[in-house]
Design a protein around this ligand. Sequence first.
Ligand code: CMX
Length: 155
Amino acid sequence: MGKWVAIAVGFCRYLTGKIPVINKIEHLGIAVSSIEDGNQLFADLLGTQPYKEERVESEHVITSFFQLGESKIELLEAVDGQGAIGKFMEKRGAGIHHIALDVTDIEFELDRLQNLGFVLLHQTPKPGADGKKIAFLHPKSTAGVLIELCEDMEK
Ligand code: CMX
């Protein structure tokens, strides 16, 4: 089954001229109990200040971002218990929450990964923090690691 799906996907790619492009780890998402304390901790650790702080209402979080070479670290504080971060903090406490991969064409990657058997948490991308279109894969289909795909909306 997997082999035939891969062949079919390869054939579609040949027809459409599209190839999967996953560019880099865009950021690591780290859940913290307080964005203020997290900012202080990571500013000390990295020797640099966060370049932005942003509230994302749809995700029930306040986020901050540190640039780290080509990648970033995103800190996430839950503003209430309703979102994914609130639930994660309640269950596991602070720690690495997700790995975000920068992709060139998020719709294409979602299609490709679903065809390969990965479980999508979002069929279509939605607006996320830091000017990105985002969508997640279920950690049960990615070795227990929550994966976010993101595409720069400002490119
Ligand atoms: N990494 C790895 N596993 C995770 C996880 C994470 N971040 N969050 C939850 N899980 C695991 C749980 O441990 C649990 O495993 P078990 O069944 O073995 O106990 C399973 O997934 C189900 O977890 P849950 O606590 O019952 O939580 P839900 O099913 O309600 O939701 C998830 C889990 C991943 C589907 C949900 O968090 C989600 O949809 N996430 C995507 C959106 C998101 O994370 N937004 C926050 C970031 C926003 C941003 O970056 O701006």
